[in-house]
Design a protein around this ligand. Sequence first.
Ligand code: 3PG
Length: 211
Amino acid sequence: MNKIFAKIKKTGIIPVIKLDESNDILPLAEALLNGGINVAEITFRTMAAAEAIKLLKHSNYDILIGAGTVLTTDNVDKAVEAGAEFIVTPGFNPRIVDYCINNGILIAPGTSIPSEIEMALERGLDVVKFFPAEQSGGLPKIKAMGAAYGDIKFIPTGGISLDNLSSYASCERVLACGGTFMVKDSLIKEKKWTTITDLSREAIEIINKSR
Ligand code: 3PG
């Protein structure tokens, strides 16, 4: 497995971040790190994404930087140029996946059905996002699909919270869980960094107890 994915597996959780203000990424990263989370997926849902990635890359924070909600190859270019170390997409877009593979860029494409997993396997990928996780069948679906496909690992995202984190984290098919619950829009807007640290710490404790 790629060493960045191996590091993400160790942490077990990927905060899915949406920023209106790129400057918020620095106190946010510090809050996550204080809670034990050393990875951040910054989504291209806002114009602030590339600048936030760049700020984080040039900071002293020891944190893995991913770009999420990547919908175009232009997003890929902007993300990588800014310093993203991995790309996450909501769906399986062959054009984006192939672009990343051909350019040596690490990608976890979104999947929710067997044929998308087969498209990933055919391209030599061993980690995929499972999105939207709860709405697509949750853990039972991961287990059922996983049974057919060797060693592929999933990053379930969508509908994951402190309430169901333990069951996902205890499944060996799950590389890490993605979620917004510790970095909700309102928490960022209100600069509730201590709450973000507390939620992050709670998530890490649950994950460590579950596996
Ligand atoms: C994503 O962008 O991957 C999801 O919207 C995250 O879903 P959540 O808000 O339910 O965690």
